[in-house]
Design a protein around this ligand. Structure first.
Ligand SMILES: N[C@@H](CCC(=O)N[C@@H](CS)C(=O)NCC(=O)O)C(=O)O
Length: 242
């Protein structure tokens, strides 16, 4: 699987007229678009998102059940079955990850509209988005986002992290695709969007820690080091490595 950032961008972007897109060379070069779908697809290969076939494993192992639905019902009452409990946890975690990935969409919805208004019909009310950084309509929306909408969403994330107790969004022992979807977007939110200040994240210590801890994961550090970049936590930006 190879992500082409430049050369074949146009052909990759054809599906929805957007990037990111992933070309899967293991499957005849098929292209997959939409970041959540890409993350789930890749996450299944590397253990950052549960595989769907766990349900199949339950229904074949648990002889009392004939369908996944009855399985859910009977297994929730059977706490002694270790495979069952482990699998149910995975399924629960998967649902949590899915919910968090949907929340990512909600959190960034207004910002995305303000950035690409023509994609959603908001050019009809004069919004220019990235085509005009001084657009007054965009400035108004960004002020509302920074002062009210985004803080509300960030407060939800802060509570989710507090309740989860592990420092990762889905309350898992290790990061999942939900963290890998949310963190780069938060980092991008406060570094690349006029009217959204970097201070926005500072009021949410657990969200802040999530960003810092994700960016400090050895694989993430290595990835950026290979590009000659190093993450600078106070500014949420990348700098050229020395
Ligand atoms: N829902 C898409 C959104 C992707 C997106 O917003 N892509 C931007 C670049 S980061 C884009 O292609 N914008 C160009 C446009 O819409 O005209 C996803 O999650 O992958």
């Amino acid at each position: 699987m190879i992500y082409h950032p430049n050369s074949t961008l146009a052909s990759l972007a054809q599906q929805y007229g957007q990037v990111p897109a992933l070309r899967n060379h293991a499957n005849g070069g098929a292209v997959l678009a939409q970041s959540a779908a890409i993350l789930k697809f890749v996450g299944k290969q590397c253990g950052l998102y549960p595989r769907d076939d766990e349900w199949l494993a339950v229904s074949t192992t648990e002889k009392r059940c004939s369908t996944p639905t009855t399985c859910i019902h009977s297994l929730t009452h059977s706490r002694t079955h270790s495979l069952t409990v482990r699998t149910l946890l995975s399924t629960k975690q998967k649902a949590k990850i899915d919910a968090l990935m949907d929340e990512e969409n909600d959190l960034f919805c207004g910002l995305t509209v303000s950035r690409y208004p023509w994609r959603f019909g908001f050019d009809a009310v004069g919004m220019q988005g990235v085509r005009d950084r001084d657009c007054p309509e965009t400035a108004k929306v960004r002020a509302q986002l920074a002062n009210d909408t985004l803080p509300r969403h960030l407060a939800h994330l802060e509570k989710i992290l507090a309740d989860g107790g592990t420092g990762w969004l889905a309350g898992t022992a290790a990061p999942t695709v939900a963290d890998f979807q949310m963190v780069p977007r938060l980092q991008w939110l406060v570094t690349s969007n006029d009217g959204i200040p970097a201070e926005l994240l500072k009021g949410y210590p657990k969200v802040q820690a999530l960003v810092d801890n994700t960016m400090a994961l050895p694989a993430v550090v290595e990835y950026y080091a290979a590009r000659g970049e190093v993450y600078d936590p106070p500014t949420y930006s990348f700098k050229k490595s020395a």
